[in-house]
Design a protein around this ligand. Structure first.
Ligand SMILES: NC(=O)c1ccc[n+]([C@@H]2O[C@H](COP(=O)([O-])OP(=O)(O)OC[C@H]3O[C@@H](n4cnc5c(N)ncnc54)[C@H](O)[C@@H]3O)[C@@H](O)[C@H]2O)c1
Length: 472
């Protein structure tokens, strides 16, 4: 059963909705990036030369947004500016309350604690889009959402800088044994030592995975006087005077500090284990702020006990507690207490990306993606739909409409769609598929008000239809 298309609501009250031109806010105006490092995905490569017209198939007061888990104020500001109705909660909701609330919502914004299972989503008859105001999307049944025409957006890279800064702090902290000295003094013990404490200037930082975080880190480390080498499975242009090396082994042999910034993949599971520790320099350091599965922790414990590894910083673990509390014990990970007993090891509870700046950037990135999707049907950045965009319809194109047709990816559907649109001039059209779901966007010129509903109803009547939206 496809979700109820809100265009039906719009079509019922076309008179009330016709005055779309009175809404003057350009969607591009709301895409205020927090800085030049934050790439705009809007209309990539197709910047409109004339002012884009904001499309709305509905009264903006009618768009209902349910925000849970204290989504950042930056997102609320974006939604309020659009005139959407926003209901915001500080925490997640128990499932029965969630099911009640989600029934009305066109948009839901969550972080990691709210589970949007097929059972919950089945109640969400009006839902167009889910915003995960966080990195991961495991908490959402992505396939169910796609098959019911619900796009899902997240913000995978807004916290890269925060992670890179934490790693720099850890490099210095490990080199100076700051964690141990601080702990000793907290316990009343004065222990002034310089043996095996180092400056980081002139030392080599080996970065495994030169993506968003690895590359940021490279620049920061060079500014501190470090030499940077990196290993990545793809050739990537070096920043500054960093150098890519040909193998992980080469990197481990050359580096005083090794820091891991790879994704969690079958190939990266236990990427660093006994063999790799033996390839590292004697007395070198390991930092892992990527994913817990990347390091074999019992092997790390052995490498630290033997002195080959002089210090380590871990921010991520194979098993992490779902809530704050005294959970970092052997019940969670068999080796937890051994790890806690080591010297010169910094253990942090997955806080690499946890800064005010990152939260605010996530609010802006996901908030803007949702507005672009709701207002214009642009799916750039969606994690469960094909990524499609068309340049905006502008103010001079007053009788243009945009058709969004999410459908089952079957042969012959485009022929049926084209038959419905054949009496009109399709100015631009894009269609792409991802698995079983296909996404079509088409901008059509000179459509009379009375024809909009026919187009909508014609597309909705097709057997392959998941969701039709006609924006004007
Ligand atoms: N600690 C935290 O709070 C926190 C916050 C954000 C991201 N992360 C994690 O950090 C990691 C990196 O994030 P990112 O945003 O830089 O990712 P990214 O996708 O931008 O970069 C990952 C890089 O790793 C490379 N890579 C993939 N497999 C590899 C392999 N086997 N060997 C070497 N290189 C490989 C890729 O080619 C890519 O260049 C991810 O695991 C992410 O989940 C952690």
């Amino acid at each position: 059963m496809p979700p109820k298309d809100i265009i039906n609501k719009a079509a019922d009250g076309l008179d009330a909705l016709a005055n779309t031109l009175s809404i003057s806010t350009s969607p591009t105006n709301t895409f205020h990036s927090p800085g030049s490092h934050f790439p705009s995905s809007f209309g990539r490569g197709s910047r409109p030369t004339r002012a884009p017209r904001q499309l709305k198939p509905f009264n903006t007061e009618d768009i209902k947004i349910l925000l849970l888990e204290n989504v950042n104020q930056t997102a609320l500001d974006i939604f309020n500016k659009q005139g959407y109705q926003v209901e915001s909660h500080k925490s997640s909701l128990p499932e029965d309350q969630l099911v009640e609330k989600i029934r009305d919502a066109h948009v839901i914004g969550i972080r990691s604690k709210t589970k949007l299972t097929a059972r919950v989503l089945a109640e969400a008859k009006n839902l167009l889009v889910i915003g995960c105001f966080c990195i991961g999307t495991n908490q959402v049944d992505l396939e169910y959402a796609a098959k019911h025409g619900i796009a899902v957006f997240n913000s995978p890279f807004s916290n890269s800088r925060s992670v890179a800064e934490l790693v720099i702090a850890e490099v210095i902290s490990l080199a100076r044994q700051l964690g141990d000295r601080s702990l000793e003094l907290h316990q009343g013990r004065w222990n002034k030592v310089s043996a095996k404490c180092w400056e980081i200037r002139g030392k080599t930082l080996g970065i495994v995975g030169y993506g968003h975080i690895g590359a940021q880190l490279s620049v920061l480390a060079e500014a501190m006087g470090m030499a940077v080498r990196y290993y990545d499975v793809v050739p990537i242009m070096a920043l500054g005077t960093a150098r890519q090396v040909g193998s992980l082994e080469e990197l481990l042999q050359q580096s005083d500090f090794v820091t891991l910034h790879v994704p969690e993949l079958p190939e990266t599971k236990n990427l660093i284990g006994e063999k790799q520790f033996n390839q590292m320099k004697n007395g070198s350091y390991l930092i892992n702020a990527s994913r817990g599965s990347v390091v074999n922790i019992p092997d790390l414990i052995n490498a630290m006990k033997s002195g080959r590894v002089a210090g380590a910083a871990l921010d991520v673990y194979p098993n992490e507690p779902a809530a704050n509390g005294d959970f970092f014990t052997n019940d969670l990970n068999l080796w937890a207490e051994d790890l806690r007993g080591l010297k010169n090891i910094i253990l942090t509870p997955h806080i690499g990306g946890s800064t005010e700046e990152a939260q605010s950037a996530i609010g802006i990135e996901v908030g803007d993606a949702i507005v672009r999707y709701v207002n214009e049907g642009v799916t750039i950045g969606a994690v469960n739909m094909p990524e499609c965009t068309l340049r905006s319809i502008d103010f001079e194109q007053a009788s243009h409409i945009r058709v969004i047709f999410i459908h089952h990816n079957k042969p012959g559907v485009l022929r049926q769609v084209n038959a419905i649109l054949s009496d009109h001039n399709v100015e631009k059209q894009i269609s792409d598929s991802r698995g079983d779901v296909a996404y079509l966007m088409a901008d059509i010129s000179d459509v009379k008000e009375s024809e909009r509903k026919d187009i909508n109803d014609g597309l909705e009547s097709l057997g392959a239809c998941i969701l039709t939206r006609v924006l004007f």
